[in-house]
Design a protein around this ligand. Structure first.
Ligand SMILES: O=C(O)CCC(=O)C(=O)O
Length: 261
């Protein structure tokens, strides 16, 4: 089930719903962002979301239970430090997004824009879902960039994806009340059989479509897994006014060619 995905470019993305850019973030930036994230965890710099608040399988039931206040996501990553902005607007990612979106990318401050902090001990598993379920844009055409600061494997809860699901239609009955895929349904079980675990190394970036079904296990190693995640859309694909997706303006991601001119 582990996958070292080597397929790049718009054709691979259109077919699979994801691509991995290998070793594109330089070590200095990876180390600087890692240091900033660790400093933000102790003492905790909010805003943050805790394990008890996500309510995923394996999460402590309440904030006051043991492990309930384990940070699961450091929110508003873009605003936290210039180094986070450097990561989110990294030229290697910008150029690829420009190809996949067929135009300049806008970074949404409203969705993801966080660092996933998957701790050993109290981390929960994330069931099969599409990120678009709670997002409101004119078109369901957004791409998230998942930045690996360390190794991501099945042991520490790497992301798993079901290739091609971003183009499929799902009857409402195939999803539960929180819009997770219902694994007991035979068609869903067959799809889940085709899942791949996306193995990443520090400096790798996973780009995935907002309709791609993905999931992740718990962190069974003894150190925290840190993954900054940002989401992008085309300029003319607008958030629906009045929704959470429209709460903050999106930010244009410059291309190196914009900066040179
Ligand atoms: O790391 C994980 O558990 C997956 C997180 C995820 O897919 C999400 O927050 O949408």
């Amino acid at each position: 089930m582990e996958s070292h995905n080597l397929e790049y470019g718009p054709a691979a993305f259109a077919r699979q719903g994801f691509v991995v850019l290998h070793d594109v973030i330089d070590k200095t930036l990876v180390e600087a962002v890692t240091q900033l994230v660790l400093e933000s965890l102790n003492p905790l710099v909010g805003p943050a979301e805790f394990e008890a608040q996500v309510g995923y399988p394996g999460a402590p039931a309440s904030l006051d239970d043991e492990g309930g206040r384990t940070p699961r996501r450091l929110l508003h990553a873009y605003a936290r430090h210039a180094r986070f902005r450097e990561l989110a607007c990294h030229p290697a990612v910008a150029v690829e997004l420009n190809k996949l979106l067929a135009g300049p990318a806008m970074l949404s401050q409203c969705h993801h824009n966080c660092v996933m902090t998957k701790h050993p001990g109290y981390s929960s598993a994330t069931l099969w879902h599409q990120d678009i379920r709670y997002w409101s844009f004119d078109r369901p055409e957004l791409i998230s960039a998942w930045f690996a600061l360390g190794d991501e494997t099945q042991e520490n809860g790497a992301l798993q994806v079901i290739p091609g699901t971003h183009t499929m239609s799902f009857d409402r009955g195939r999803l539960d009340r929180a819009l997770f895929l219902r694994p007991e349904i035979p068609e869903n079980a067959a799809l889940i059989e085709a899942a791949q675990s996306v193995v990443l190394a520090p400096g790798d970036v996973l780009l995935f479509h907002c309709r791609l079904f993905h999931a992740a296990g718990r962190n069974n190693l003894n150190h925290v897994k840190l993954s900054p995640v940002f989401t992008y859309h085309r300029q003319e694909n607008l958030p629906i006014p009045g929704t959470r997706s429209a709460e903050f303006p999106s930010i244009r991601v410059p291309l190196e060619t914009d900066i040179d001119t």
